[in-house]
Design a protein around this ligand. Structure first.
Ligand SMILES: [Zn+2]
Length: 126
């Protein structure tokens, strides 16, 4: 089963749960959890504790690596566009309704599903 992956929590193997206790009788050990998918740490940790352990150990390095915020940011009309989805129109049997909403002016502009799903598509000035 090569598509199983290991929990990235650095302490995962130290937590005593029955599902972590594996091996032959007489030589069982607590082991890192292995699953086809995880729900924490972007799909890399088995639970909130392992997610937290990872962040305690590596968060500082990750922030430095990917870019630390070094000056104040301002929310203005030019960068206040967020995508939204009206689930109620789906419940009413209407077409799915996707739209941009400006968090400053509250103006709304319609979106296609493709534009909604496209993570690079934005009205915000960069
Ligand atoms: Zn874990």
């Amino acid at each position: 089963m090569s598509d199983l992956k290991y929990c990235q929590g650095p302490e995962c193997h130290t937590y005593h749960t029955q599902d972590r206790l594996k091996g032959m009788k007489g030589s069982k050990t607590y082991q890192t959890r292995r699953r086809s998918s995880f729900y924490y740490l972007g799909g890399n940790a088995c639970d909130m504790r392992c997610q937290s352990d990872w962040f305690q150990k590596f968060g500082e390095q990750a922030v430095n690596h990917f870019g630390r915020v070094k000056e104040v940011k301002h929310l203005t009309e030019q960068n206040a566009w967020v995508k939204n989805y009206d689930y109620r129109s789906y419940q009413r049997g209407e077409e799915d309704r996707y739209y941009f909403v400006n968090k400053i002016t509250e103006e709304q502009r319609p979106l296609t599903k493709e534009q909604y799903d496209d993570t690079n598509y934005t009205l915000n000035e960069r």
